[in-house]
Design a protein around this ligand. Structure first.
Ligand code: PAN
Ligand code: ZN
Length: 196
C-alpha cells in the first residue's frame, strides 16, 4: 500500500489566499462572456476585461476517487449592469459528487440548480457552511462591496461540466435592487428539452 502524505495548508483569513497554493486560476470577464443578463453592459465592460475571481487550489493531490481537494475562491465586488459579479458555475462532471462551501469573508449567495431547472438560493456570510448536494449545478455571486471569499471542499474526481451552464444558463440571476440583492428570472435561460 502506498500512502498519500498528510498535509496542512494555511488559508489566510484576511484575503483568502493560500501561500503554498499548488495553482491559482484567474477568471476575467472574458472568461464569462455570454453569461450575464445584460449583454450590452457585458460588451461595454469587456474593453477593460476586469478580474472577476481567483481560485486558489490548495493541493495537486491525485484526482482519484477517495481523495478530497480544497480551494478558496476570491470573488471580486462589481456588477455587469445590475447583475453582481459571479462565477461561471458548473455541474460536476461526475454529477453525483457533492461539495461543501464555507464562507470566510464578505457576503454572497450560492445559486443552485437541478438539471431540470429547479433553483435554490443559499445566503453565504462568514461562518456559513453550505452543502451542495449531488447533481446540483452551482454558482456563487458577490452581493457585497468587498471580496467575497469562501473555502470549497470536494471529491477529487468530481471534475467540471461547464458546458451545460454555458448552453442553458441558470434560470435565475441576482441583481442589485433598491433594497439590496434581488433574485430575478434569467430571460436568457433555455430549459433543457427533457432534463439534461
Ligand atoms: C469551486 C469552484 C470555484 C470557481 O471550487 O470551482 O468557486 O467557480 P467555477 O468553477 O464555476 O468557475 C467548486 O465548486 N469546485 O467544484
Ligand atoms: Zn463544484
Amino acid at each position: 500500500m502506498t500512502y498519500f502524505d498528510p498535509l496542512t495548508r494555511h488559508v489566510r483569513l484576511t484575503d483568502g489566499t493560500i501561500p503554498d497554493a499548488a495553482a491559482v486560476q484567474t477568471r476575467r470577464l472574458r472568461d464569462l462572456e455570454g453569461l450575464f443578463v445584460d449583454r450590452a453592459a457585458e460588451r461595454a465592460l469587456m474593453a477593460s476585461d476586469p478580474l472577476v475571481y481567483e481560485v486558489h487550489e490548495a493541493t495537486d493531490g491525485p484526482k482519484e476517487d477517495g481523495h478530497l481537494l480544497f480551494s478558496t475562491t476570491v470573488l471580486k465586488p462589481g456588477r455587469v449592469g445590475a447583475e453582481y459579479f459571479m462565477t461561471k458555475g458548473h455541474f460536476h462532471a461526475r454529477s453525483d459528487r457533492a461539495e461543501l462551501y464555507y464562507g470566510l469573508s464578505g457576503e454572497g449567495m450560492l445559486l443552485l440548480q437541478t438539471p431540470e431547472g429547479r433553483v435554490d438560493v443559499q445566503p453565504m456570510i462568514p461562518g456559513a457552511a453550505s452543502y451542495v448536494p449531488p447533481h446540483w449545478g452551482h454558482r456563487t455571486i458577490n452581493t457585497g462591496s468587498e471580496d467575497f471569499v469562501f473555502l470549497a471542499v470536494y471529491p477529487a474526481d468530481a471534475g467540471y461540466d461547464y458546458g451545460t451552464i454555458a448552453t442553458y444558463g441558470f434560470a435565475s440571476a441576482v441583481v442589485a435592487g433598491p433594497d439590496g440583492p434581488r433574485v430575478i428570472a434569467n430571460p436568457h435561460y433555455r430549459p433543457p428539452a427533457s432534463g439534461a
